[in-house]
Design a protein around this ligand. Structure first.
Ligand code: KIV
Ligand code: ZN
Length: 379
């Protein structure tokens, strides 16, 4: 039996924190509606105490979105929690996401506090958030560098205080997959009330490991994963939604599924890239321009014989029309013949050989030969 992994999207909060990515309330509502259509379970809509505009956006998203849970972020501070609670008053299903630093680095350098005081503040925050909503998520910031025994104590205490979800963030993107997976496993082994809550993972990409770490978290028991579209987010970004969703879909044998309609991944990626003014790198997994483009002769030949030779998913599964064969100086005869046939030209072998040698001369100069160049060549 496959197990469900809940998708918590923080494009509009962690993603929107990136300089240059700020959106107006109307734009945020558009993105939130698309996320709802995509099948995201929880939309983190913002950090309401941070500005009146962010507060307003959460109110409007709460009115416009009815299928996904709407989540508002707060620090473990009364004023923040009050703002989060107020901002969610129209939400059909609202969640407050409150939390505080859990690593000694944060406890000492950021809060000038002690583990005991942090624990008390965390419990008080969860209890206060519960006066607004039933669904309260607690985040143990910088859990990636926190002491395991303290992290387990903190998790146990906030669940006892009423947290429905506990988020174990690798805030600084510090962990390796095995290390992060063991952290989640440790929590399952050492927190007596762990099954009364969902354990959530929230990874950053500072070492390029956010997706790998998130998958390790899922394989060790976490059932909610926090992600952003195109992996946008603080510094090197967050775990990319499309990568986790497709990894779980492609690797069926792992036994997990999500509610995401993967055929909407590419359109949503384009919308977010455009609205947030954050272009997607060409070689980005799943949604990059080259994710389904084949350019070397060996790959093109193999792909044309059978797409499975060089593709592990169908482009249509992620909302891309079709794969592409780029004609470059690395392309072989098979790719050239295929493209010419698509353009309506069929040649015998000696003629094709002649065209191919002129094609190579052109490709060396132009780098990529497009259909217009090709027509010019055959004429
Ligand atoms: O990275 C992080 O720790 C966060 C928390 C606010 C959840 O974004
Ligand atoms: Zn984060």
């Amino acid at each position: 039996m496959s197990q469900r992994v809940y998708i918590f999207d923080t494009t509009l909060r962690d993603g929107e924190q990136v300089p240059g990515c700020q959106l107006s309330t109307d734009e945020k509502v558009i993105v939130a509606k698309e996320l709802e259509l995509l099948g995201v379970d929880i939309i983190e809509a913002g950090f309401p105490v941070s500005s009146p505009g962010d507060f307003r956006s959460i109110v409007e998203i709460s009115k416009a979105v009815t299928e996904s849970t709407i989540c508002a972020l707060s620090r473990a501070v009364k004023g923040d929690i009050d703002a989060a609670g107020e901002s969610l008053k129209y939400a059909k299903r609202g969640r407050i996401h409150t939390g505080i630093g859990s690593s000694d680095i944060h406890i000492k350098n950021k809060f000038g506090s002690t583990r005991e005081k942090i624990l008390e503040q965390a419990v008080a925050a969860v209890k206060h958030a519960k006066t607004y909503v039933e669904d309260v998520e607690f985040y143990a910031e910088d859990a990636g560098r926190a002491d395991l025994v303290f992290l387990a104590q903190l998790t146990e205490a906030v669940i006892k205080a009423g947290a429905t979800v506990v988020n174990i963030p690798d805030t600084t993107g510090y962990c390796l997959p095995d290390e992060y997976g063991r952290k989640i496993a440790y929590i399952y082994e050492h927190v007596s009330n762990v099954h009364q809550a969902t354990i959530s993972i929230h990874c950053h990409n500072d070492l390029g490991l956010a997706t790998a770490n998130s998958l390790a978290g899922i394989m060790n028991g976490a059932r909610q994963v926090e992600v952003t579209v195109n992996g946008i987010g603080e510094r090197a970004g967050n775990t990319s939604l499309e990568e986790v969703v497709m990894a779980l879909k492609v690797k069926k044998e792992l036994g997990f599924y999500t509610n995401v309609n993967s055929t909407r991944l590419f359109p949503v990626s384009n919308l977010v890239a455009e609205m947030m003014n954050m272009p997607v790198q060409a070689n980005k997994a799943i949604v990059g321009r080259n994710a389904f483009a084949h350019s070397s002769g060996i790959h093109q030949d193999g792909f044309l014989k059978h797409s499975e030779n060089y593709e592990i998913m169908n482009p249509q599964d992620v909302g891309v029309d079709k794969s592409s064969i780029l004609l470059t100086a690395r392309s072989g005869r098979h790719a050239l013949k295929h493209r010419l046939e698509l353009l309506g030209y069929r040649y015998d072998k000696p003629t094709l050989d002649g065209i191919y040698s002129r094609f190579l001369d052109m490709a060396d100069i132009r780098k990529e030969v497009n259909d217009k160049d090709l027509m010019e060549l055959v004429r």
